[in-house]
Design a protein around this ligand. Structure first.
Ligand SMILES: Cc1cc2nc3c(=O)[nH]c(=O)nc-3n(C[C@H](O)[C@H](O)[C@H](O)COP(=O)(O)OP(=O)(O)OC[C@H]3O[C@@H](n4cnc5c(N)ncnc54)[C@H](O)[C@@H]3O)c2cc1C
Length: 282
């Protein structure tokens, strides 16, 4: 069966990322894409820290990095600093990059361990270019020449995820995604296939499509409520069960990394955007 219409349920980060990707990749196909979201229900909208893979996503959509960073108040991120996790006063940066390089087919850490046993090794961090940049509060684009040490890292961003959703909404609407506002009250299934065939909004409007993608967040409107796919509760293995997010003034100069600090109860994050610091305790 040819898919000629797609309905994305939900307009948080997941919904608008899906809409942006599909509308771009299917831009030369006649498929119609709808996205239903409800301002009344709202989004989570607090994510600020990302991993380098987000760049592959943006690049695949031809998104201009400068436009994206300006729209989302983004900063560059070279890694994550972990403070006080082993013992109070400990700190290390987990970099998005390499430590040294293999020599004669032997991994770098063997050489470093040998040097350490001989009392001649520097801090492991000093063999990581992105850690050295991060510690000095510096950033530059990785060098294109992979023989150069300045090429031995990747990077991510710290950004305002609500602004990212807005940015992707604009991108998607330019690529002909139709946004439909309002809470969905129920979904209907095709009697023969058992697949969802339409969703109906509080207003009475019904949206039919060949394919539905559930991006409704915690609610799992289609996956859980309609299909009862099953929810695995992991809370017995998760020692943290709540988070409080509090923004504060931006730090200058901007640290190009996220910080995660262990606390007596839970842990704390600090994520630097251009105009504010995102903080929270879990
Ligand atoms: C405190 C905290 C900090 C976090 N930090 C990070 C971070 O640093 N980095 C990171 O990557 N992630 C982070 N996350 C996770 C991230 O925020 C979420 O995974 C993400 O926002 C979820 O997006 P979503 O689009 O799946 O869901 P949501 O944002 O919940 O969006 C759901 C959408 O579905 C719509 N919807 C739901 N029900 C209906 C209905 N009946 N009718 C119509 N529309 C409906 C809503 O209107 C909304 O548009 C954090 C989360 C929390 C709680």
């Amino acid at each position: 069966m040819d898919i000629t219409s797609i309905c994305i349920v939900g307009g948080g980060t997941a919904g608008w990322m899906t809409a942006a990707a599909l509308s771009f990749k299917l831009r030369n196909s006649p498929a119609k894409i709808y996205l239903v979201e409800s301002e009344q229900i709202g989004t989570v909208g607090v994510g600020e820290a990302t991993l380098p893979h987000i760049r592959f996503f943006n690049n695949a959509l031809g998104i201009d990095e400068a436009d994206f960073m300006k729209a989302t108040n983004a900063t560059f991120k070279l890694g994550i600093e972990f403070c006080d996790w082993g013992r109070i006063g400990d700190s290390y940066i987990h970099p998005f990059g390499d430590y040294g390089q293999p020599l004669n087919g032997v991994e770098f850490y063997h050489y470093w361990n040998k040097l350490r046993l001989n009392g001649a090794a520097n801090r492991l961090d000093e063999y990581s270019y992105p850690i050295m940049l991060a510690e000095q509060g510096k950033f530059h684009m990785p060098h294109a020449d992979t023989q150069k040490i300045e090429s031995t890292f990747g990077y991510a961003y710290q950004f305002d995820s609500s602004e990212y959703a807005k940015f992707l909404r604009k991108f998607s609407e330019t690529n002909n995604v139709t946004r439909i506002e309002g809470p969905i009250t129920h979904s209907d299934k095709d009697e023969t296939t058992g697949h969802i065939s339409s969703v109906t909004l509080e207003s009475g409007q019904s949206v039919k499509a060949d394919l539905f993608i559930d991006c409704s967040g915690f609610r799992g409107l289609l996956i859980e409520q309609a299909y009862e796919a099953g929810y695995d509760d992991w809370s017995e293995w998760l020692p943290c069960n709540r988070a409080i997010a509090v923004p504060s003034e931006a730090i200058t100069p901007l640290p190009p990394y996220t910080r995660a600090t262990a606390r007596e109860a839970g842990w704390q994050w600090r994520i630097q955007l251009q105009y504010r610091s995102g903080n929270g305790i879990v």
